[in-house]
Ligand binder design. Structure first.
Ligand code: F6R
Length: 366
């Protein structure tokens, strides 16, 4: 049941504080350390791994792009994130020093499952991040990390994504402390910050009224929209663009903001909506200049930024704030306004939010 919400999608958006919390606390032992019971990799197995591929489709692929940042930053292992329907046909270099991480809410996506079988045959170790216990992908993996998001009914994925992000942060921190690539102090500090996330997720969702009443109307009649970001925010831009395309049928594209000058900026004209994601402290000034560049060419700029960065207002027409957060963990919060924006734009356009045209919840054909 929709528990009083108009759509499953909105209900599932609001289940994120608890999904994030469940995924996290089930793996924290009494000493507050990460204990990945389902991951049987020993320190020896881990030390052997010299390359990671993260393979998935759609929103799960976008979570895998963030996973790459987390694993490379914390555990110092090179990671390639790939789309399952591309990975399996491009003869990737795989041997017994390769770890393949599959991400799949349903655990049944055909191309993701085929990638698993392909890599297993070549000797890779297989770890999956999935939401469905006993699913095909879970059954055929060496190690499974379950996201405890609860059943996801809406075709547009929301809570599966945020719990996949939490999974990646935990896997990366666990690998890192075991490999000795981060200090015990930093590890403990990051776990404390993860523990604050459920509350910060709730806080970020308080932007709902602002998004519904002030921001969604700016996109409602758009035929096209652009999502810009740098660093982690570029991956969030991709997820934001996918979400609005699939449920509101507005054409949307994500661009790495630094690529604007290499062609994309030609698309900007009077009134073009640009969603500028500027949550990365380290890249904030650079994002503000990119926003000024598109604004000078007539773009209508909707920015997403951390609460303390009020300076963003000089380059934006509308701002949606998220709570202050570390650059590396921001993804868990940044996606929330993007989900709410897609939801309200779709509702205001009269779209069938939970069952968008041409789509199925689980894609079991290739
Ligand atoms: C988008 C969406 C899809 C899925 C993709 C993978 O909102 O839901 O892009 O993320 O079809 O599905 P799973 O995660 O079940 O493998």
């Amino acid at each position: 049941s929709k528990a009083g919400y108009d759509h499953f999608m909105l209900k599932e958006i609001y289940e994120q504080p608890s999904g994030v919390k469940e995924t996290l606390i089930r793996r924290l032992n009494s000493d507050g350390e990460i204990q990945l019971d389902d991951i049987k990799m020993t320190k020896e197995d881990l030390d052997k791994i010299n390359r990671v591929y993260i393979v998935a489709c759609g929103t799960a692929y976008h979570a895998g792009l963030v996973g790459k940042f987390a694993i490379e930053k914390f555990a110092h292992i090179p990671v390639i994130t790939d789309i399952a329907s591309e990975f399996r046909y491009r003869d990737p270099f795989i041997d017994d020093k390769t770890l393949l991480i599959l991400v799949s809410q349903s655990g049944e996506t055909a191309d993701t499952l085929a990638s698993l079988r392909y890599a297993k045959e070549k000797g890779a170790r297989i770890l999956s991040v999935t939401n469905v216990v006993g699913s095909s992908i879970a059954r055929e993996s060496d190690d499974v990390f379950y996201t405890w998001a609860g059943p996801e009914i809406s075709v547009a994925s929301t809570k599966a994504y945020t719990t996949q992000l939490v999974s990646f942060y935990m896997i990366a921190l666990d690998f890192a402390i075991r490999k000795g690539t981060i200090s015990r102090e930093y590890y403990n500090e990051m776990i404390e910050k993860l523990k604050d996330m459920p509350e910060l997720v709730s806080k970020a969702l308080e932007q709902e009224t602002h998004i519904k009443e002030d921001v969604a109307k700016e996109l409602k009649n758009a035929t096209s929209a652009f999502y810009l970001g740098r660093g982690l925010d570029y991956n969030l831009a991709m997820e934001g663009a996918l979400k609005i395309k699939e449920i509101s049928y507005i054409h949307a594209e994500a661009f790495a903001a630094g690529e604007l000058k290499h062609g994309t900026i030609a698309l900007i004209e009077e009134g073009t909506p640009v969603i500028a994601i500027a949550t990365q402290e380290e890249l904030f000034e650079k994002m503000v200049s990119n926003m000024q560049e598109v604004k000078a060419r007539g773009a209508y700029v909707i920015a997403v930024a951390q609460e303390h960065n009020k300076e963003v207002e000089k380059a934006a027409d509308k701002v949606i704030y998220i709570p202050n957060v570390d650059d590396i963990l921001s993804s868990i919060l940044t996606v929330l306004p993007l989900q709410l924006l897609s939801y309200y734009v779709a509702v205001q356009r009269g779209c069938d939010v939970d069952k968008p045209r041409n789509l199925a919840k689980s894609v079991t054909v290739e």
